[in-house]
Design a protein around this ligand. Sequence first.
Ligand code: CAA
Length: 301
Amino acid sequence: MEARPFPSRALVLGAGTMGHGIAQVLAAAGAEVELVDTDAAALERALGRIRSSLERLAAKGRIEAAEAEAALGRIRPRRSLEEATPQAELAIEAVPEDPALKKELLRRLEEVLPPESVLATNTSSLSIDALAEALDRPERFLGLHFFNPVPVMALLEVVTGRATDPALVPWARELAARLGKEPVVVRDAPGFASSRLGVALALEAMRMLEEGVASAEDIDRAMELGYRHPMGPLRLTDLVGLDVRLGIARYLESTLGERFRPPAILVRRVEEGRLGRKTGEGFYRWEEEPAAPAREGSQGA
Ligand code: CAA
């Protein structure tokens, strides 16, 4: 594969928490981005969040106000893949962690995009090799795993499958640099490097809460003050979404075994719709703004 330049046109599928952040950083780095979601309300919300994030960065002097405006202008919402121009050099899917859905979209991307375009998934744990089964040309497919909030977090986890062209690794490193991120390169293994370690810590914190070892706030404070984590594992689970972490835990249990079995407290809260910050309650209660929890999380059930 020839050396590839930074993509001037990109497609991002899924306008949720991750998709809108990925669209933002690509546009801020100069790409024309089409952000695709079948849900019109999600697209509208995404554009609002991108605008306020860019304004926040401009207010801090991290980006010129005119550049923030230009970046926003480079993002075009699309209701379907058919509405998008089929010329993107890079497409990243950031739809929910459903393997069948992801495979279907990757297959459709392969149909509409030029054969040399790079296809990527933002999956936080699903196997790149398993997703690649949907593709005729899996050599141009890899994992580009971003972190929430995307405009702030410095990491880009680059995940290579068995079939991924090795030439995509230096390209992905360069892409990371252009997006202001530091890459780590990980081979396809359940949970990669980040989710496997992050979820292990979170599940243990939940078991400690269940056992009454300490309150949610004190468990988090132990990691925040004792280990300098910016956010303790329970508060972070609220930020990421309890449903998202439950999905990853179930997948890791099925691939790595028992030690990733989701604690009952997590399963129950998801069943109750207490999904974290996005629903206003998870291990903590959340107010709309500011980003801090409104009060200490309840202990135990
Ligand atoms: N856009 C732009 N700027 C933002 C922002 C956004 N969406 N969110 C936060 N910021 C900026 C703030 O303006 C602030 O800037 P300054 O330092 O210049 O003041 C800075 O980021 C810090 O924000 P806050 O002061 O509001 O709050 P904070 O210091 O508590 O930081 C945080 C917030 C960045 C989220 C921090 O708590 C943190 O790093 N938490 C851990 C996040 C984390 O671990 N994410 C990974 C989740 S796992 C994942 O995403 C992958 C997966 O597969 C599920």
